[in-house]
Design a protein around this ligand. Structure first.
Ligand SMILES: C[S@@+](CC[C@H](N)C(=O)[O-])C[C@H]1O[C@@H](n2cnc3c(N)ncnc32)[C@H](O)[C@@H]1O
Length: 187
């Protein structure tokens, strides 16, 4: 009886997940949930200038693996994940609380969250979203903020470096050396 109830619950969760993914991708034109692998995350972290008391954002955090890896690397750091899908947010938040993580999860759209306190931003989104992300970081981020985007470049910004990790380009930006590219060149 309990087994059947558990199975039904899992099926309901999976159906809700599929419907919300469909809505997010097809209707809202947002990125689907695809998780960045540990090898990529560890390499990215090794390239970043991470320090205690910084604030790190993962925009469209999904399972927040990037933040979870940072948390294991530096204990005294502020970690904020932003995720718009209720089902992903709910399951991930539950999991993070169970493992005693201090990551703060926000159930919100990326574009509704202010990034003025961000020292580091990680995102793995969609090409269509990156122009808007560029406008947002130029408006809100302070000098020195490091921004990392997997696969998709930010057209208005000049990358500090581009590294290929596991066959995908990863773009590193730093707000103090940002050059606004008027032609919105695609990197
Ligand atoms: C490609 S996945 C990346 C997940 C995670 N950052 C990683 O690299 O493993 C993109 C995630 O961003 C979320 N997302 C897409 N557009 C969003 C938006 N506008 N606001 C908040 N979350 C968004 C999706 O639901 C999905 O979980």
């Amino acid at each position: 009886m309990y087994f059947l109830f558990g199975l039904l619950l899992l099926e309901i969760i999976y159906a809700v997940f599929l419907v919300s993914q469909f809505y997010n991708v097809i209707i809202k034109k947002n990125a689907p949930l695809v998780t960045t692998g540990q090898t990529t995350i560890k390499k990215i972290i090794s390239e970043l200038d991470l320090k205690e008391n910084q604030t790190v954002f993962e925009l469209g955090c999904g399972r927040a693996i990037f933040l979870r890896t940072v948390e294991k690397t530096i204990l005294k750091i502020n970690l904020v994940g932003v995720e718009n899908l209720h089902i992903i947010y709910f399951l991930n938040n539950l999991f993070l609380r169970l493992i005693g993580s201090k990551i703060k999860l926000l159930r919100n759209d990326i574009f509704a969250v202010n990034l003025k306190d961000a020292d580091i931003i990680y995102c793995y989104l969609f090409s269509e979203t990156m122009k808007k992300i560029g406008d947002k970081v130029l408006q809100e981020c302070k000098k020195g903020t490091q921004i990392v985007s997997r696969t998709f470049s930010i057209p208005q910004l000049q990358p500090e470096k581009i590294i290929v990790i596991e066959n995908k380009r990863v773009f590193f930006y730093k707000m103090e050396i940002v050059n606004i590219d008027k032609k919105a060149k695609k990197w």
